[in-house]
Design a protein around this ligand. Structure first.
Ligand SMILES: Cc1cc2nc3c(=O)[nH]c(=O)nc-3n(C[C@H](O)[C@H](O)[C@H](O)COP(=O)(O)OP(=O)(O)OC[C@H]3O[C@@H](n4cnc5c(N)ncnc54)[C@H](O)[C@@H]3O)c2cc1C
Length: 505
C-alpha cells in the first residue's frame, strides 16, 4: 500500500480533497486511539479520529482485565473511579494450577485486577474525547498514506462510498493488528502464531461461580470464566484435540463441553450473545515511528492473551506518546522528543511479548522437560519474594522504567506512585490536565504556581511534599520521573523545568 494511493474514487461516490491540514489524524478508535486523541485534544491540539466501523461501541468485547498501571493512567484523567464502578476486582491472579500472585501487595492505589469489558473502557474514553473536542469520523476507512517532510496525505473511503484525501502534520496508526497504517509505512510485523483455536463466548450462567475469575486446565482442555459484574460472563477456552480455523462454526454445546471438562461444571450456561474463535499471534513492528507517522497499541505489537496485557500495553503507549506529540505540535519541544517514544515503548512491547508468550508455553507444556520447567518456575515464584515482586510488577505494568541519561538521579525514568501532597491532592489528581507536576520541599519557591493558566498553561503544576522530603521531583504527564535532585535550589529546579521538553527525561 505504501505510496500507491492516488486519492481517486471508487466510482461509487464522489471524490473530495480536503485542502486543510489537520494537526494530527489518529486512525482507529479502539482504546489506544481514544486515549491518545483525548490527550491531544486536552493539550489543545486539533485532532481528528478516523474509524472505519459505523460506531465503535458494541456489546462485543475482547479484553476484560484492567491492570493497576492502566487504572493509574485513567486516574490521571479522572476516569478510574467511573471504570471501577463498572466491574469487579480480584486480588489473586492465578497463573498456573496451584500458582497465584497476591495483588494486595502492589504499591498502588489499585492493588487488584479490575474485571470489566473492554467496551466500558472505550465508552469512558470516547465520552472524554468528545468532551475535549476530538473530531470523530466514523465509517471512514484509511486506504492509503503518503508522507513527505512536512506531513502526510491520507486517502479515505466513507460509508457512502465517497473517497477523500486529508492532509495531516502527523498521523498515528492505532488501527489494530491488521494496521493499514503500518502497511502503508512499510513496517513488517514479524512473529509467530502462539495458540490456534481459542474460543470466546459471552454467556449468562444459571449458577454463580465462587469467584470473579475461575480458571483451570485439565489434560487437553483449558477454560476460564470471568464475571463482568452485570450478569454477563466471559468464557475463554481451548481444546488441544480440536484446533480448527477461526471461521470454523462454534456453538454453545462445544463451549459447555470444554468448560465442563476443565472446570467440572458448565454452571448452566445459556443465552450466548457472542461466540467466536480466534488465534493468538506474537508480533512486533521494528519501528514505532517512521517520519511523521507513529504506531501504537495492537498496530505496533500483539501477543497472547495470557496475563491480559494487550489493551493495557496499548493504553500505556498512547499515554507515552500523547504529551510528547502535543508538545512538538505546539512548538514547545524539539522533534527529537518524539524519538523517545520508540526508545521507551519498544523495549516494553518486547518484554510483554516475551513474558506473555512464556506464560502460554509453560501453561500448555506437554513434554516432560517443559513440565519440569513449569514446576521450577512455579516453585521459584512461590518461594522467592523477589521473583514474585518481579512477576507482579511486569504483569500489572507497575514495574517498567524508562532509560535514563548517564549520571541522572536514580529515580529518573521510574514510575511515580500515587503520593499525598501538601495541597490535599494526590499526585494522580494533580496530573489531571496533562501537565508536568513539580513536587518540591516547601522551602523551594518558584516564580509560577499551581494556579497558573493562560500563557503558563504548559508550565508544571507545582506541589509540595507533605513531610520533610528533600528531593525535588519533576513528574511527566504520564507519571514517570523526568528529573530529580536531592537538596536542589530554586535555580536548579527552574533549569530542570525549562529543559523538560528537550528530551523525555
Ligand atoms: C480474547 C481476547 C482477550 C483479551 N484480553 C485482554 C485483557 O484481558 N487485557 C488486555 O489488556 N488485552 C486483552 N486483549 C487484547 C485487546 O483486546 C487488544 O490489545 C486491544 O483491543 C487493542 O487496542 P487497540 O486500540 O490497539 O486496537 P483495536 O481495539 O483493535 O482498535 C483498532 C480500531 O481501528 C479500526 N480500524 C482498523 N483499520 C482501520 C482503517 N484502515 N481505517 C480506520 N479504522 C480502522 C478498527 O475498526 C478498530 O476499531 C484480548 C484480546 C483478545 C482477542
Amino acid at each position: 500500500m505504501s505510496g500507491t494511493g492516488n486519492g481517486t474514487g471508487t466510482g461509487k461516490g464522489t471524490d473530495r480533497t480536503d485542502r486543510s491540514t489537520h494537526a494530527v489524524i489518529v486512525v482507529g478508535a479502539g482504546p489506544a486511539g481514544l486515549l491518545l486523541a483525548g490527550d491531544l485534544a486536552e493539550a489543545g491540539v486539533p485532532v481528528t479520529l478516523l474509524e472505519k466501523r459505523p460506531h465503535k461501541i458494541s456489546n462485543l468485547s475482547r479484553a476484560f482485565g484492567v491492570h493497576a498501571r492502566t487504572l493509574e493512567q485513567l486516574d490521571a484523567r479522572g476516569l478510574a473511579d467511573d471504570l471501577l464502578a463498572t466491574g469487579s476486582t480480584i486480588t489473586q491472579l492465578r497463573l498456573f494450577r496451584r500458582l497465584s500472585l497476591d495483588l494486595t501487595t502492589l504499591p498502588s492505589r489499585f492493588p487488584f485486577l479490575l474485571i470489566t469489558p473492554q467496551y466500558e473502557v472505550e465508552r469512558l474514553l470516547e465520552r472524554r474525547a468528545r468532551r475535549l473536542g476530538v473530531r470523530f469520523q466514523y465509517e471512514t476507512e484509511l486506504l492509503a498514506l503518503r508522507q513527505d517532510a512536512d506531513g502526510a496525505d491520507i486517502d479515505v473511503r466513507t460509508g457512502d462510498g465517497t473517497t477523500a484525501t486529508h492532509r495531516a502534520a502527523y498521523v498515528v496508526g492505532t488501527d489494530g493488528h491488521r494496521s493499514a497504517v503500518r502497511e502503508a509505512i512499510g513496517q513488517p510485523f514479524p512473529g509467530v502464531s502462539v495458540i490456534t483455536s481459542l474460543f470466546l463466548a459471552d454467556v449468562r450462567l444459571a449458577e454463580k461461580p465462587g469467584s470473579v475469575l475461575t480458571v483451570d486446565g485439565v489434560g487437553d482442555v483449558f477454560a476460564m470464566i470471568a464475571s463482568f459484574g452485570d450478569g454477563w460472563y466471559r468464557v475463554m477456552g481451548w481444546n488441544r484435540r480440536n484446533e480448527v480455523p477461526d471461521d470454523h462454526p462454534l456453538d454453545l454445546d462445544e463451549v459447555k463441553d470444554v468448560t465442563r471438562r476443565a472446570l467440572g461444571t458448565d454452571y448452566g450456561m445459556h443465552d450466548a450473545r457472542w461466540l467466536s474463535r480466534f488465534h493468538s499471534d506474537e508480533r512486533q513492528a521494528p519501528e514505532y515511528r517512521v517520519g511523521r507517522v507513529f504506531l501504537a497499541g495492537d498496530a505496533a505489537h500483539v501477543h497472547s492473551p495470557a496475563g491480559g496485557q494487550g489493551m493495557n500495553t496499548g493504553l500505556q503507549d498512547a499515554a507515552n506518546l500523547g504529551w510528547k506529540l502535543a508538545a512538538v505540535v505546539k512548538g514547545q519541544a524539539p522533534d527529537s522528543l518524539l524519538d523517545t517514544y520508540q526508545a521507551e515503548r519498544h523495549p516494553v512491547g518486547k518484554a510483554v511479548l516475551r513474558s506473555s508468550g512464556g506464560l502460554v508455553r509453560l501453561a500448555r507444556a506437554q513434554s516432560p522437560a517443559l513440565r519440569a520447567v513449569r514446576a521450577v518456575v512455579s516453585a521459584l515464584v512461590k518461594a522467592a519474594a523477589p521473583a514474585r515482586t518481579k512477576a507482579l510488577a511486569q504483569i500489572t505494568g507497575t514495574g517498567y522504567r524508562y532509560p535514563a541519561p548517564r549520571g541522572a538521579h536514580r529515580l529518573v525514568g521510574t514510575r511515580v506512585p500515587d503520593v499525598a501532597l501538601r495541597s490535599g491532592n494526590r499526585l494522580y489528581e494533580a496530573l489531571r490536565g496533562g501537565r508536568h507536576v513539580l513536587i518540591t520541599p516547601p522551602a523551594v519557591r518558584l516564580p509560577h504556581d499551581a494556579t497558573a493558566d493562560g500563557e503558563h498553561d504548559s508550565l508544571p503544576v507545582v506541589e509540595h511534599w507533605t513531610g520533610d522530603r528533600r528531593t525535588a521531583l519533576l513528574v511527566r504527564p504520564d507519571g514517570y520521573v523526568a528529573w530529580a535532585a536531592d537538596d536542589a535550589d530554586a535555580t536548579a529546579v527552574e533549569a530542570a523545568v525549562a529543559a523538560r521538553f528537550i528530551t523525555a527525561n
